[in-house]
Design a protein around this ligand. Structure first.
Ligand SMILES: CC(C)(COP(=O)(O)OP(=O)(O)OC[C@H]1O[C@@H](n2cnc3c(N)ncnc32)[C@H](O)[C@@H]1OP(=O)(O)O)[C@@H](O)C(=O)NCCC(=O)NCCS
Length: 117
C-alpha cells in the first residue's frame, strides 16, 4: 500500500552558505556518519549534500501522515550501481522508492513511501 509521495527542491547555494556558516555542526545536525562517508569531496560535493537534504525532506513529506520523522532517522546511501536508497535507523515497516537529480544550482528528490508487505 502506498502511504504517500513527496518531492523537494534545494538551492545548492543555500547549502554552501549553511556549511560555510555552521561547518561540521550543520552536517552533524542533518547526516549520520555513514552518509557523510558516502559523499566524496569531489566537484559535486555541494550538489550531493543538497540532493540528500532534498531526499530527506521528500521522505518526510511522503510519510507526513505516518507520524513525525527527524532528518537523522534516515540514511540516504547509494547502491553499487549508483542508485540512491533510504535506510531507516529503526525499522518502521516502510519501503522508500527514491530518485535524485542535481544540476549546478539545484538538487531535486522524489520519494514514494510504501508499507512493507
Ligand atoms: C544514472 C544516470 C541516469 C544519472 O543521470 P545524470 O543526468 O548523469 O545525473 P542526475 O543528476 O540526473 O542524477 C544523478 C543521480 O542519479 C542517481 N543514480 C545514479 N545511478 C543510478 C541508477 N543506476 N539508478 C537510479 N538512480 C541512479 C544518483 O542518486 C545520482 O546522484 P548521487 O550520485 O548524488 O547519488 C546516468 O548517469 C545514466 O546512466 N544514464 C543512462 C543513459 C546513458 O548511458 N547515457 C549516456 C550515453 S548517451
Amino acid at each position: 500500500m502506498v502511504l504517500g509521495v513527496g518531492i523537494d527542491i534545494v538551492k545548492v547555494d543555500k547549502i554552501k552558505v549553511s556549511l560555510e556558516k555552521w561547518k561540521d555542526s550543520f552536517l552533524e545536525r542533518v547526516f549520520n556518519p555513514e552518509e557523510l562517508e558516502n559523499i566524496s569531496k569531489n566537484k559535486l560535493y555541494y550538489q550531493r549534500i543538497a540532493a540528500r537534504f532534498a531526499a530527506k525532506e521528500a521522505i518526510i513529506k511522503a510519510l507526513s501522515k505516518s507520524g513525525p520523522l527527524a532528518l537523522k532517522d534516515m540514511l540516504i546511501l547509494n547502491k553499487e550501481n549508483g542508485a540512491p536508497f533510504c535506510k531507516f535507523k529503526n525499522n518502521i515497516g516502510v519501503d522508500i522508492f527514491l530518485s535524485i537529480t542535481h544540476i549546478e544550482d539545484y538538487a531535486v528528490a522524489c520519494a514514494v513511501a510504501q508499507k512493507k508487505m
